[in-house]
Design a protein around this ligand. Structure first.
Ligand code: ATP
Length: 309
């Protein structure tokens, strides 16, 4: 027989954003296999939602709807389930906790926008509130770093400089709101495969630091300067693996985008544009040209994971 529900809220809904890497510098692999990074993240308004409801003790389940549903695992390898279990193990009376998670995806799967990491961060926050655990932001950030390199940033959002594997964060001195157009690829790209191609292609840049021109552009809040300063060490590898992305980037730049970049390990192409009208124009043009699977307009920076109900 099912045990009675514990007191407290029945369900918690969390909204959690995608990220774009405005700059991504990648070093040679470390002994643990991870690549050291110097990156600048920006959280954008393209968000997944994670809804957490009480389930019977020790029951963990997830359902997924929306963008890329069939590509997301619903077993224990789902990052949201891993997050919930890690939280329960570390902070809960874990044998009395359980959760049923529903993820509504808008962030494309394997798109270089850290969608899985967003769901992990969303589940950490939703479960911490649902279960009424005594766990603060710093403790959550530590668990997030255990789950994955991009998960801590999804908790905090905004614009931040990441180092280490990307999990060590410092807020960036950044002004302005930026308009982005995102072109989703027809197929995803596996992050490990892109790193392998990167290793085969290049001698990594040293020293590992985020570019000064990009930090200056953010400091003054100048979209034109920012567009010119976007950079991604993984871009060449992603373009080799999906050469048609070159055409997508070139099309956006020819159309007047202030900057164009493959986000993270790709294949999503991110175009920085001057404002809302330019974003609408470019979205329509990209769709009409058929150079991508889907187009979304988005803005950044936005806050990280937050409870909305
Ligand atoms: P990153 O930019 O952090 O490298 P990504 O955006 O390229 O990530 P994700 O959408 O995070 O890629 O998905 C990578 C893989 O993780 C997927 O192929 C999928 O098998 C797995 N995965 C596990 N949990 C999730 C989840 N909740 N949502 C999406 N993918 C998930």
């Amino acid at each position: 027989m099912a045990s009675p529900l514990p007191p407290g809220p029945v369900g918690i809904r969390v909204r959690v954003p995608a990220k774009i890497n405005l700059a991504l510098k990648v070093g040679s692999p470390r002994e643990d296999g991870f690549h050291p990074l110097a990156t600048v993240y920006q959280a954008v308004s393209l968000c997944d939602e994670v809804y957490a409801e009480w389930a019977n003790p020790d029951e963990y389940e997830v359902t997924v709807s929306g963008e890329g549903t069939g590509l997301v695992p619903t077993d224990d390898s789902n990052l949201a389930i891993r997050a919930a279990k890690l939280l329960a193990r570390t902070y809960g009376p874990h044998d009395s906790l359980g959760v049923s998670l529903s993820i509504k995806k808008a962030i494309p799967v394997a798109g270089g926008l850290a969608g899985g990491s967003a769901d992990g961060a969303g589940a950490l926050l939703a479960c911490a509130v649902l279960w009424d655990l005594d766990v603060g932001p710093e403790a959550l950030a530590e668990l997030a770093a255990e789950l994955g390199s991009d998960v801590p940033f999804a908790l905090v959002g905004g614009t931040a400089v990441g180092s280490g594997r990307g999990e060590s964060l410092v807020p960036a001195l950044a002004r302005g709101n930026y308009h982005w157009v995102l072109a989703f690829g027809h197929q995803g790209l596996s992050t490990p495969a892109v790193y392998r191609r990167f290793d085969a292609l290049s001698a990594p840049a040293e020293p590992l630091a985020v570019p000064d021109d990009l930090m200056n552009a953010l400091r003054v809040g100048d979209a034109k300067l920012l567009g010119a300063a976007l950079s991604n060490d993984l871009q060449e590898a992603a373009l080799e693996m999906q050469p048609q992305l070159r055409q997508t980037l070139d099309f956006g730049l020819d159309y007047g985008a202030l900057g164009a970049i493959v986000s993270g390990s790709g294949p999503t192409c991110a175009f920085l544009v001057a404002g809302e009208p330019a974003a609408v124009d470019l979205s329509v043009a990209l769709s009409a040209e058929g150079v991508c699977r889907a187009v979304r307009r988005t803005t950044g920076p936005v806050p990280g994971a937050r409870v909305i109900s």
